[in-house]
Design a protein around this ligand. Structure first.
Ligand code: CMC
Length: 428
């Protein structure tokens, strides 16, 4: 007999089905609760709410486990390419050699963006944050490809939209950086792989020969894989909610980019470096800043620490910390911020406040130091996160549309005024 949960309300016992996932995670299915009892569930921030059944990413926050389609993040980060991982997330299986070659070729065919889009960049102020530019540019793609407006077209049409998006996001991201410097845009070069091409468009100049450093390519590949998906986080839930209204993929991902921008989510990687610079400029007194983070009267938080789901360690942070040491050594860079970060981590991990609340370094804690070493400016850090997260957003959107999930529409408990009469303005 299948498992049920019993709930007693107003003296009556109701039975609710229990659903068990493939990794033995359990959920009480409350979808009929309101019809049966008149009650809804209340869960601010969805801390305990499963919004979907998904077969893309598994994570166990207590054990520090992260799997994409069943493969561990440790294996993927050390053995796979970002394109392979993108294929895996979107289509469910690791590609064969031929499938990967076809996928990469299809993406290379679409790396150019319309010349008309170049004009948009001219209208942005020089100080425009690249995340604001990127989300607008990605949404604008829908205006250039009106056939994408119906997300339920044929499989081929859906794939074309997906491949266009994967191909054009690096071009638009790199151009938003070039635009902030008032430098000429570099056109994509299809003899390069995905990471090389992005670095080329970011750092090459028409006036000089540019060689992509293999250590930089490898580090970028690892960082993008580590960020590629993270189940139902804020931006992914945004993507699923926006997509559930049957909005087109470009607008849907643009909404995800906006959600990612916030400092509590992807924007934290920029905040971490700014925090480390602030501590460094302040004389490197780590204890003082740890004390500030613990002070409830002080709004300061230790950026790059804590996670909604990981309560033991973030497996991505472990890989990034090692990669950080590696990259800095290979590129022969001595960054004082790395020493501060390590000291901060050590002090915080031994502190009762952080221990009691299970606050550990998250993916963003060391990623900024690597991006800095790769020559990527601070304001582009969250754009890098978006570049990595794109296949995850697409996979989650594709799964949601294929499962024909209903439009996302949470309920609420109203706590405002009860019914009252309109008062004329002369009497207020
Ligand atoms: N520094 C100091 N105190 C903290 C921190 C921090 N970074 N994070 C959480 N706390 C405290 C918080 O004040 C609360 O204390 P108390 O129980 O006394 O009220 C307790 O820990 C629980 O925190 P919470 O805010 O209720 O936890 P949450 O699950 O709602 O938030 C979080 C998770 C990631 C938003 C939060 O830990 C945070 O703001 N961290 C800093 C920002 C950051 O690094 N974000 C990147 C997350 S990883 C990348 C991604 O996937 O987006």
């Amino acid at each position: 007999m299948s498992e049920v949960a019993k709930i007693e309300l107003d003296g009556k016992i109701y039975e609710l089905p229990v659903f068990t996932g493939t990794e033995n995670e359990k959920a009480i299915d409350i979808s009929k609760l309101r019809d049966l009892t008149g009650y809804i569930t209340l869960d601010s921030g969805y801390k305990n709410t499963g919004a979907t059944k998904s077969s893309i990413t598994f994570l166990d926050g207590e054990e520090g486990i992260l799997h994409y389609r069943g493969y561990s993040i440790e294996q993927l980060a050390s053995k796979a390419s970002f394109m392979e991982v993108s294929y895996l997330l979107i289509y469910g299986e690791l590609p064969t050699k031929d499938e990967l070659a076809d996928f990469e070729m299809s993406i290379k065919k679409h790396t150019l963006v319309s010349e008309d889009m170049k004009q948009f960049f001219e209208a942005y102020p020089a100080k425009a944050h690249p995340m604001g530019v990127l989300s607008s540019m990605i949404s604008s793609l829908s205006t250039f490809y009106p056939e994408s407006l119906d997300p339920n077209r044929s499989k081929e049409a859906k794939n074309l939209t997906i491949h266009r998006l994967i191909a054009k996001l690096p071009t638009l991201a790199a151009w938003s950086f070039k635009n902030s410097l008032s430098h000429p845009f570099m056109y994509p070069r299809n003899e390069f792989d995905y990471c090389e091409n992005f670095l080329y468009m970011m750092f090459a100049m028409p006036t000089e020969d540019y060689k992509v450093h293999p250590v930089v390519v490898e580090a970028l590949n690892t960082l993008l894989i580590l960020h590629a998906d993270h189940e139902q986080n804020c931006s992914t839930s945004t993507v699923r909610i926006v997509g559930s209204s049957q909005a087109n993929l470009y607008s849907t991902v643009s909404a995800g980019i906006s959600a990612l921008w916030g400092p509590l989510h992807g924007g934290a990687n920029q905040e971490v470096i700014e925090m480390l610079e602030q501590i460094n400029n302040d004389g490197g007194n780590v204890d003082k800043w740890v004390a500030k983070a613990k002070d409830k009267e002080d709004p300061f938080r230790l950026m790059g620490f804590g996670h909604r789901v990981y309560k033991n360690f973030d497996p991505r942070a472990n890989i990034i910390k090692k990669a950080c040491d590696d990259v800095l050594e290979k590129l022969n860079i001595n960054d004082p911020l790395l020493a501060i970060a390590k000291k901060l981590e050590k002090v915080a991990l031994e502190d009762a406040y952080f221990k009691e609340r299970n606050l550990y370094p998250n993916v963003d804690f060391y990623s900024g130091i690597i991006y800095k070493a790769l020559g990527i400016p601070t304001e582009m850090f969250t754009v890098m996160f978006a570049l990595g997260r794109l296949p995850g957003w697409i996979a989650q959107w594709k799964e949601m549309t294929e499962n024909k999930e209903p439009i996302g529409r949470p309920r609420q408990i109203y706590i405002g005024n009860t019914s009252r009469d309109y008062v004329d303005i002369s009497k207020r």
